[in-house]
Design a binder for this molecule. Structure first.
Ligand SMILES: NC(=O)c1ccc[n+]([C@@H]2O[C@H](COP(=O)([O-])OP(=O)(O)OC[C@H]3O[C@@H](n4cnc5c(N)ncnc54)[C@H](OP(=O)(O)O)[C@@H]3O)[C@@H](O)[C@H]2O)c1
Length: 395
C-alpha cells in the first residue's frame, strides 16, 4: 500500500539469466534503480555462485539456476536451486515471470530463448547466439507464443528504436557500426600473434570476455548482421557494416531516398538494457547526461575485411543456412575459450572455425533438437581441431 492508500502499482516480475555476467549485472543495476517497476524473481549463473548468492540475497530471490556440478553451499535455506539446461528453461517459461532477460553467453542461451518465447514471455535478448544458431526457429516461436522479443545488443536496440513508426516501404536497408575492436590499429602482420591482454582491451565498450574476443575477430559483427537479418526480416544484401571508431552512432537506417536516420549515444549498455526492460513503456531514467558537444567528432570508414578472416567464415556459413551457422558459432565459442586459456594463438581462431566447418557435414535445421545435435557434433570436432593446433610445435 502507498501512503495515499492507493494499491501498489504492479511490478514487472523479471528473470535475469546470466545475472553474474556483464549484461546481467547491468540489468540488475537497472532494476535496482527502479524498484517500483521491477521485481527480480529468479537469477542464474554458471560457476560464479558466490556472486549469484550475493545477488539472490540482495534482491530477495528464491529461485536460481546454476551449472550442472555447482555446490549448494553459498545459498541460504529457502532458495530453490536448479541445475543445467532444464533449470534455465524452467526459469524462462515460469508463469510467475513477465520479463526474461537472456544475458547468457554462447549456445547455452538458445534453449531458454525458445522456452521463454514459446511460453509467451516478453524476452529482452542479449544472447545473439540464439539468433545466429536458430533465427528462423526463434522467430516462429515468438509468433506462436505471441511474445515480444526486444533486442539488447546496442546496434539492434538502436535499429529497433529508429524503425518504430517508419513505413517499411521507406526503408532501403540498415547499417551496423563497428568500432573495429581492440586490434583495429595494430599492423596486419601482428594480428595473428596478438596476446590475450591486448585482445581483451576494447577501445570503447566494457563487455564480457567472449564478446570482446569476438569484437577483435569481427565474429561479433558477423553475428550482428545475422541477428539483424532475423530481427528485422531483412535480406543480407540490405545490411551493411561501417567502421565507426567512436561507437557513438550505434546504427543507421538507410532510406529509399538515399538519406539516413541515426541513433546516437554514449557507449553504455545500460541504455539499451533499460530500453528493453521498460518496453513497451518509455525508458525510466537517464544514465549519461551527455551535452551534445560531448558527442565529439564522428568518423565513418569502410571496413578492411581482409584483416578479419573470421568475419567471412561466419557470415558465409549463415548465408548457407541449415546447421552451418550452428557449426560456425560453436567452433568460434570453443576457439575463443582455447585462445583465452592460452592453448591456441589468436590467428588460429579462424583455423578452428574453418577446420570445424570442413569436418562437420551441414544439414537442415528444422527444429531445436537438430540445432542442438549439430552443436554437440561441432563442439567435439572443434575440440579436436584445437587439440591438433595446441599439440603442433610453435613456429
Ligand atoms: N557485454 C556486453 O556489453 C554485450 C553487448 C552486446 C551483446 N552482448 C551479448 O550478451 C550475451 C552475454 O554477454 P556478456 O558479455 O554479459 O557475457 P559474460 O559477462 O561472459 O556473462 C555470461 C553469463 O552467462 C553465464 N554462463 C556462461 N556460460 C554458461 C553456460 N554454459 N550455461 C549457463 N550459463 C552460462 C555466466 O555465468 P558465470 O558468471 O557463472 O560464468 C554469466 O552469468 C552474449 O551473447 C554477448 O554477445 C554483450
Amino acid at each position: 500500500m502507498t501512503s495515499s492508500g492507493d494499491p501498489p502499482p504492479t511490478r514487472k516480475r523479471v528473470a535475469v539469466l546470466g545475472s553474474t555476467g556483464s549484461i546481467g549485472r547491468n540489468a540488475l543495476a537497472v532494476a535496482a534503480a527502479h524498484p517500483d517497476v521491477f521485481e527480480i524473481v529468479s537469477l542464474s549463473a554458471h560457476r560464479n555462485v558466490e556472486l549469484l548468492a550475493e545477488q539472490a540475497a540482495r534482491f530477495g530471490v528464491r529461485r536460481v539456476a546454476v551449472g550442472e556440478a555447482t555446490p549448494r553451499r553459498p545459498f541460504p535455506d529457502g532458495v530453490a536451486i536448479g541445475r543445467g539446461r532444464l533449470a534455465l528453461e524452467r526459469l524462462a517459461s515460469d508463469p510467475g515471470v513477465d520479463l526474461v532477460v537472456n544475458a547468457l553467453v554462447g549456445a547455452a542461451g538458445l534453449a531458454p530463448t525458445m522456452a521463454a518465447l514459446r511460453a509467451g514471455r516478453t524476452l529482452a535478448l542479449a544472447n545473439k547466439e540464439s539468433l545466429v544458431m536458430a533465427g528462423e526457429l526463434v522467430g516462429r516461436a515468438a509468433e506462436a507464443g505471441g511474445a515480444s522479443l526486444v533486442p539488447i545488443d546496442s546496434e539492434h536496440s538502436s535499429l529497433f528504436r529508429c524503425l518504430r513508426g517508419i513505413p517499411r516501404t521507406e526503408v532501403a536497408g540498415v547499417v551496423l557500426t563497428a568500432s573495429g575492436g581492440p586490434l583495429r590499429d595494430i599492423p596486419a602482420s601482428e594480428i595473428a600473434d596478438a596476446g590475450v591482454d591486448a585482445v581483451l582491451d576494447h577501445p570503447t565498450w566494457d563487455m564480457g570476455t567472449k564478446v570482446t574476443v569476438d569484437s577483435a575477430t569481427l565474429v561479433n559483427k558477423a553475428m550482428e548482421v545475422v541477428e539483424a537479418r532475423w530481427l528485422f526480416g531483412l535480406p543480407f544484401e540490405r545490411i551493411d557494416v561501417v567502421l565507426h571508431r567512436e561507437s557513438i552512432v550505434h546504427s543507421l537506417v538507410r532510406l529509399v531516398d538515399g538519406s539516413f536516420l541515426a541513433h546516437l549515444g554514449m557507449p553504455d549498455m545500460k541504455v539499451p538494457i533499460q530500453y528493453a526492460m521498460f518496453y513497451p513503456d518509455p525508458p525510466g531514467g537517464r544514465f549519461d547526461d551527455c551535452p551534445p558537444g560531448a558527442l565529439g567528432t564522428l568518423h565513418f570508414e569502410p571496413v578492411d575485411f581482409d584483416r578479419y578472416p573470421c568475419y567471412g567464415l561466419v557470415l558465409d556459413a549463415a548465408r548457407r543456412g541449415g546447421t552451418s551457422p550452428v557449426i560456425a558459432a560453436t567452433a568460434d565459442e570453443v576457439a575463443v575459450a582455447a585462445f583465452v586459456d592460452g592453448r591456441i594463438r589468436f590467428g588460429e581462431i579462424a583455423d578452428v572455425i574453418a577446420g570445424t566447418l570442413s569436418a562437420v557435414a551441414p544439414g537442415d535445421a528444422p527444429d531445436v533438437d537438430a540445432v542442438l545435435g549439430a552443436e554437440e557434433e561441432a563442439r567435439e570436432a572443434a575440440g579436436h581441431v584445437v587439440g591438433r593446433l595446441a599439440a603442433a610445435p610453435s613456429q
